[in-house]
Design a protein around this ligand. Structure first.
Ligand SMILES: *Cc1c(COP(=O)(O)O)cnc(C)c1O
Length: 389
């Protein structure tokens, strides 16, 4: 008897809806690639500042490999905490303007670790409708009740907060939304949470390195460090490396060290990866203009697309969506662009809401102004040919 028959049925259903996913192989990473024998502009990577290949980032990793070897060889609470881990945590805390910080294996693990540590069965999480899947999974893991407020709608959040509830409450949002590229109204959200005595967590995965002083993020830009209890981020996007973190108070860090299963029951980050992240933070500190330069280039690019009539939603960051609607249309547009030397992977439900399939373009500092002008022209032409415009 074939016990896997149901898998074929499941996959056939996905194919029928143009919703099947796969792992495609690319010959390299970063904002520019050689693909099919020519240079391609890659708008589907998160190496926003091009730091993944920065010589200082790479050489820091090499030195750490030579000194400490390939792995941390134990979890953080056993013997996996090296001086490098502690140094990076101190630098992250300073970078984010918080008293303390804690590293995790990835951004996904950070969210999985944090939320079940601060809320449980009798508590409530109030999350923006569009928050990242890792946050939703973390709430499920916590067994807390999940309430969703309409995207960036503080009045709806207020309504939900006004209802009585017995346990602790945690408001969760992103500062730069990963698939729409728009910004949360953080000061208003922070005020609402404070007024109703709810804790606040902000996912700064896409703001870190780009917004705020030296790339310290939007929480810092708005001076909300004392209102945001948990400011999480990742080292795998603008920092060009790998690993996640949360910046928080000293007691919060202690709580997480004692409770976060995604920290306790997994091996510490490899020393070379940690060393890369330290170098990336040093570069951010030494070149505080990188984020604003990136945002300026993204602005110019987005204006061209908008002026041509493309729907870029409320994007105000280095993430520029082009909403197409149907899955098949998004796939066809991506295919047409790839043939023109533009790599922009189609993003489909369930990553984005039904009927809002899109190309999600990430602008990076590897994309020059002339690259972006040329790409905008090619995108507009392809959108016309595909009937999107
Ligand atoms: C990418 C991302 C994460 C996960 O970070 P990783 O380090 O890649 O695991 C978490 N939250 C948001 C909003 C993200 O975009």
């Amino acid at each position: 008897m074939n016990r896997e028959f149901w898998i074929e049925e499941f996959l056939a259903g996905l194919r029928a809806e143009h919703a099947e996913r796969r792992t495609s192989v690319y010959p390299g990473s970063g904002g520019k690639l050689r693909l099919d024998g020519r240079e391609v502009l890659n708008f589907s990577c998160n190496d926003y500042l091009g730091l993944s290949k920065h010589s200082r980032v790479v050489s820091a990793a090499k030195r750490a490999l030579d000194e400490f070897g390939a792995g941390a060889t134990a979890s953080r609470l056993v013997t996996g905490t090296l001086p490098l881990h502690e140094e990076l945590e101190q630098r992250v805390a300073h970078f984010k303007g918080y008293p303390a910080a804690l590293l995790f294996g990835s951004g996904f693990l950070t969210n999985s670790g944090i939320i079940p540590s601060v809320v449980g069965r009798d508590d409530t999480v109030l999350a923006d409708k569009l928050v990242h899947a890792s946050l939703i999974d973390a709430v499920t893991l916590s067994r807390a009740t999940l309430l969703r407020f309409r995207h960036n709608d503080v009045r709806h959040l207020e309504e939900l907060l006004a209802k009585k509830s017995a346990g602790r409450r945690l408001v969760v949002t992103e500062s730069v939304f990963s698939m729409d590229g728009d910004l949360a109204p953080l000061p208003e959200i922070a005020a609402a949470a404070a007024r109703h005595g709810a804790m606040l967590m902000v996912d700064e995965a896409h703001a870190t390195g780009v917004f705020g002083p030296c790339g310290g993020g939007l929480v810092r830009q708005h001076g909300l460090e004392s209102s945001v209890n948990l400011s999480m981020g990742t080292l795998s996007k603008a920092a060009g490396s790998y690993g996640g973190f949360v910046a928080c108070s000293v007691p919060m860090r202690e709580l997480l060290v004692n409770r976060a299963r995604a920290l306790i029951y997994t091996t510490a980050l490899p020393p070379s990866v940690v060393a890369s992240s330290i170098a990336a933070l040093e570069i951010l500190q030494a070149s505080p203009e990188m984020g604003s330069e990136l945002l300026k280039r993204a602005d110019g690019f987005r204006s061209r697309l908008k002026d041509a009539g493309l729907d870029t939603l409320q994007s105000a960051s280095q993430i520029v969506p082009i909403v197409v609607g149907e899955n098949s249309k998004a796939l066809a547009l991506a295919e047409r662009l790839r043939a023109a030397g533009i790599l922009a992977v189609a993003i489909r439900p369930p990553t984005v809401p039904q009927g809002s399939a899109r190309l999600r373009l990430s602008i990076t500092l590897e994309h020059s102004k002339s690259d972006l002008a040329r790409a905008a022209g090619l995108i507009i032409a392809a959108a016309k040919e595909e009937g999107v415009l």
